[in-house]
Design a protein. Sequence first.
Length: 135
Amino acid sequence: MQLVVAMDYSECSRLACQWAAEHGPKLGVQEVTFIHVCDELSLHALEAEGGKLRAVVEAIWKDVKGVDRRYSVVHGKPDEELIRAAVVHEAFALVMGTNGRKGFDRLILGSVAERVVRGAPCTVITVKPRLPETT
């Protein structure tokens, strides 16, 4: 089984990566592709982001055994590239972080997660930070 995990180095995407590390092996995942959508389209930028992506993921996945890891750094619109990755890799699920913007912020900034959920050919698992507990 194949899983795709979106990484943009935000706290939310790190939580998505942690979720995949914890739950992927339990779900029978055999391969995970970590994808980062880069703003810049130069060979140097893509190579630099590839190294950064590998380092961030390996720090989180250091204790995970038996799951192959692949890394992909692409240039384009995040929602389109994530959907494309899910198709190309025939993913059973795509895991991504979401910051849960609402109202005006969401209207102005749009929602990559929402567009991915609507367009992906597979299940999309969104992971967001826990709210602080109130007493």
